[in-house]
Write a protein that binds this ligand. Structure first.
Ligand code: ZN
Length: 233
């Protein structure tokens, strides 16, 4: 099968998977990404990016059709449950093993990370009390060296709708803490959407809540004067 096989590159597998899903009628998403994290097979980020385990690139059409049914808006609950069982039963790890720790250099912990994560957790607690009546669950923060164009990103578990974690770009941390505070609050509005069973997007509810908590009610923010444009997830 040419390049296609167990040693197919992650990039090729991702492209092939996306094309197969589209051919099977996958609804449009703002983006598509694959991963090899086995705890969450399928999720949709706050920015509307569908994230799927890369092992599904090797799944038969029957399994991919189940994924399409699962993510298609308006699918009945009972149908979704059956579809979920179908795609969760596929052994993704037999095809795409988790990345070896030695290859995760970019995401390795760096000196100062613990202090930054503690500061982010404290910030979350303070904003939670100030703007959300303390109702948001505590959430895990992750520092990402791979996020270059996005400042922050909320990951949502597509199976439960619950917010999973907030990733903050390491590049963004260099923009100064005041900017990071704005990004955390932006992601917390998305967390509030997820916890309130609202769709996680930049629609009317987002803009209303963003204004109420005192941040720009926009998806994108400009940093600095005439500097590069960054998207906040
Ligand atoms: Zn956003």
């Amino acid at each position: 099968m040419g390049l296609w096989g167990p040693d197919t590159s992650p990039e090729t597998a991702e492209v092939v998977l996306q094309r197969r899903l589209e051919a099977l009628g996958m609804p449009p998403f703002k983006g598509f990404a694959t991963h090899t994290n086995r705890t969450v097979m399928l999720s949709v980020t706050g920015e509307g990016v569908l994230r799927l385990h890369r092992g599904y690139a090797w799944a038969p059409d029957r399994v991919l059709s189940a994924i399409v049914r699962y993510v298609r808006p308006g699918t009945r609950r009972a149908t979704r449950r059956v579809a979920e069982q179908e795609f969760l039963s596929f052994p993704v790890e037999a095809h795409a093993a988790p990345r070896r720790p030695s290859r995760r250099g970019a995401e390795r912990a760096l000196p100062g990370d613990a202090a930054t994560l503690a500061r982010l957790a404290a910030l979350h607690a303070r904003y939670n009390a100030e703007h959300f009546a303390g109702k948001l669950p505590t959430i895990r923060f992750r520092l990402s060296g791979r996020m270059r164009t996005r400042l922050g990103e909320l990951a949502v578990d597509a199976q439960t709708g619950r917010a999973l974690e907030i990733a903050v770009s390491r590049v963004h941390l260099r923009h100064g803490w005041t900017e990071v505070e704005q990004t955390v609050l932006h992601e917390m509005v998305h967390q509030w959407q997820a916890e309130s069973s609202l769709s996680v997007d930049h629609g009317v509810m987002f803009r209303r809540k963003a204004r109420a908590v005192g941040i720009e009610p926009t998806a994108r923010r400009h940093l600095g004067r005439g500097g590069p444009r960054h998207a906040a997830g």
